[in-house]
Ligand binder design. Structure first.
Ligand SMILES: CC(C)(COP(=O)(O)OP(=O)(O)OC[C@H]1O[C@@H](n2cnc3c(N)ncnc32)[C@H](O)[C@@H]1OP(=O)(O)O)[C@@H](O)C(=O)NCCC(=O)NCCS
Length: 125
């Protein structure tokens, strides 16, 4: 665990709401997954202004629960730029008390698509 809240910029940071909870009072995994996807797309926007779609999300394990009202940060790193694809690593962390807790991480691949939805070469901005 580290204490870097505020010292680096996440691609997105959200406060989760009552509508995002399950019957246990913790946040639905699918909500976190949707933000992971969004954060990955934001990361792609640093590489290209082309339209991208998600082609793959690798194994995701949830290491710690997230509770309503917590601030959740999604940090992203581009790990590979291929011919038509961009791969992104996403780290999800919650700041709780004085600690930063790793919640989950994921590797995603996005594909640049043209107007017809066909893969097209990545054009770096
Ligand atoms: C994404 C999509 C356009 C790719 O079309 P495709 O004809 O299968 O594309 P290709 O086989 O030419 O692969 C395109 C790139 O994706 C990569 N790719 C394809 N499947 C992959 C996978 N499972 N994991 C990682 N990369 C993958 C390929 O390696 C290739 O990368 P490169 O050009 O950098 O070498 C098509 O599958 C699609 O429209 N999928 C739905 C996307 C979507 O709607 N996502 C939202 C969720 S519903």
């Amino acid at each position: 665990m580290s204490e870097h809240f505020g010292s680096r910029d996440p691609s997105i940071r959200v406060v989760l709401q009552p509508k995002d909870t399950n019957s246990q009072g913790t946040i639905f995994g699918g909500i976190i997954l949707s933000y992971i996807d969004l954060a990955g797309a934001v990361e792609c926007g640093r590489i290209t202004k082309q339209k991208v779609v998600t082609v793959a999300v690798k194994e995701v394990q949830f290491k710690a629960p997230v509770y309503m009202g917590e601030v959740v940060s999604f940090y992203t790193t581009t790990t590979r730029v291929g011919n038509t694809s961009i791969s992104v690593h996403v780290d999800v962390e919650v700041f709780r008390g004085h600690e930063t807790i790793p919640v989950t991480e994921a590797d995603l691949t996005f594909v640049c698509v043209d107007a017809k939805g066909e893969p097209t070469k990545v054009l770096r901005t």
